[in-house]
Design a protein around this ligand. Structure first.
Ligand code: URA
Length: 453
């Protein structure tokens, strides 16, 4: 077999067999197939795509290129979790959902297993948000991950070189060869990492809008359809929620600021879009674990876990088990604070019509909250608090955002980015919905069957 023939075949829109894909992908991982041939192959996929069978083989070869994560239950000191859920977000600005959702799911009696990433560019990462707590360290070794699960019901670790190494190598190549934007390549990249983790169900939060890597609903629906099909082929239940990223989620952007906002939610105070998203995802997770549960009962169970303080307590247990002091949950004010704060004021007043999340994410990055490149260091205390979201009215001469930073010189540039990202009008504007659509692979199969009739 020769790589050049396989590239030619893909260029002509033909389908590769499993053996051909094994040859190509394993050859790329072991170095016998060079970057230039793999990038030509990825470019061909961008133009001609892959069919379902091909994509499934491509994804499982990626999944099997490294370690799998499987939690061993049965430690005599721990309770058994009858249902284990893996939640994944495709990433956005102000997305602190996991900090609130993971302890909430645990308080609802669900086990959670999850791989988390670091922030890059304008989007933040869950690893950084948790690690903004002094002392918090994610476990990497198998025994430590099992120990975390037996004390907290949660096993969370960051991506490492040994989990789906093929995706790591391939993503690095796609990033510099303009081949990221291919739905089959994105779907296989995400799903290979999801399928490498053993869980009973996967809950996907697919972000759509100007702060996400998928900007249109149509593209997001198509990606979701592909990921659901991959889930079905791998016999894994998948539920995908398409959610709005045409404005940042919640009000805080930046690592410790977002951590504090998630804690506020668990204490009963939060912005409405973030609140709605976390509650909805938690209700769906419960219904995935028990199909006889009505959405009304699931919603009530979520409310009880929050109002009783059980979810907040679950976060304290998680934080303590990972080496941080739970005092940061009782008093988030103790988290690192930026030296400088600066209000961004609106002179004349108006309703917020739109907020460009990409620009807000970029502003937060320039203040120190994000990484411009993967080895950059970040400032946990830096970020932006948004006092006004789409649909809200900002009075004349009052702030609609506050900048937090330790870098005095970054303030003026960030201020311009924030000003440019906000669009004010005189007429009333309705706030956009945060949940755009919900799809499951069962639902997708039903739809496909109906269409085939
Ligand atoms: N996120 C991933 O993990 N992979 C992609 O290809 C794009 C986004």
């Amino acid at each position: 077999m020769r790589a050049v023939d396989l590239i030619e075949k893909k260029k002509r829109g033909k389908h590769l067999t499993e053996d051909e894909l094994v040859f190509l992908l394993q050859g790329y991982l072991d170095g016998s197939i060079p970057d230039y041939q793999m990038s030509a192959f990825c470019m061909a996929v961008c133009f001609t795509g892959m069919d379902e069978k091909e994509l499934y083989h491509f994804t499982t070869i990626m999944r099997d290129s490294g370690d799998r994560i499987k939690i061993t239950q049965g430690d005599t000191n721990s309770k058994d979790y009858r249902f284990i859920i893996d939640k994944h977000s495709t990433g956005g600005v102000g997305d602190k959902t996991s900090i609130a959702l993971v302890p909430l799911l645990s308080a609802l009696g669900l086990g959670v297993v999850k791989l988390t990433g670091k922030g890059l560019g304008h989007t933040g990462g869950t690893v950084d948000k948790f690690e903004s707590l002094p002392g918090f360290v994610f476990p990497h070794k198998k025994d430590k991950l099992n120990a975390m699960f037996s004390t907290t019901g949660v096993a969370m670790t960051s991506y490492s070189d040994t989990i789906v190494p093929l995706d790591k190598k391939l993503y690095g190549l796609r990033d510099v060869t303009a081949t990221v934007q291919s739905l089959p390549l994105i779907a296989s990249s995400i799903m290979s990492k999801k399928l490498a983790v053993e869980s009973d169900a996967i809950l996907l939060d697919i972000k759509v809008g100007n702060g996400a890597f998928l900007t249109t609903l149509k593209e997001a629906q198509e990606l979701t359809r592909i990921m659901l099909a991959l889930g079905s082929q791998a016999k894994r239940r998948v539920l995908a929620v398409l959610t709005d990223m045409n404005q940042p989620l919640g009000t805080h952007v930046g690592n410790s600021l977002e951590f504090a906002e998630a804690v506020s939610f668990l204490k009963g105070e939060a912005s409405s879009d973030f609140d709605e998203l976390v509650r909805t995802l938690a209700s769906y997770a419960l219904q995935l674990s028990d199909s006889s549960l009505s959405s009304h009962d699931a919603t009530h169970a979520v409310e009880r876990a929050l109002s009783s303080g059980r979810a907040l307590n679950a976060l304290k247990i998680l934080v303590s088990a990972m080496g941080a002091d739970p005092i940061f949950i009782d008093t988030p004010n103790l988290l690192a604070k930026a030296k400088y704060t600066h209000d961004v004021i609106h002179d004349t007043g108006g309703y917020v019509r739109a907020i460009n999340s990409h620009a807000i994410g970029t502003a937060a990055m320039t203040l120190g909250a994000g990484r411009a490149h993967k080895n950059a260091t970040i400032d946990y205390s830096a970020g932006i608090v948004l006092h006004k979201k789409v649909g809200q009215y900002c009075k004349a001469n009052t702030p609609y955002a506050t900048i937090h930073t330790n870098d005095k010189h970054a303030i003026s540039h960030a201020q311009v980015l924030i000003q440019d990202s906000y669009d004010f009008v005189n007429q009333k504007v309705s706030p956009p919905p945060v949940i755009l659509e919900t799809l499951s692979n069962e639902l997708a199969n039903e739809l496909a069957n109906e269409l085939a009739k």
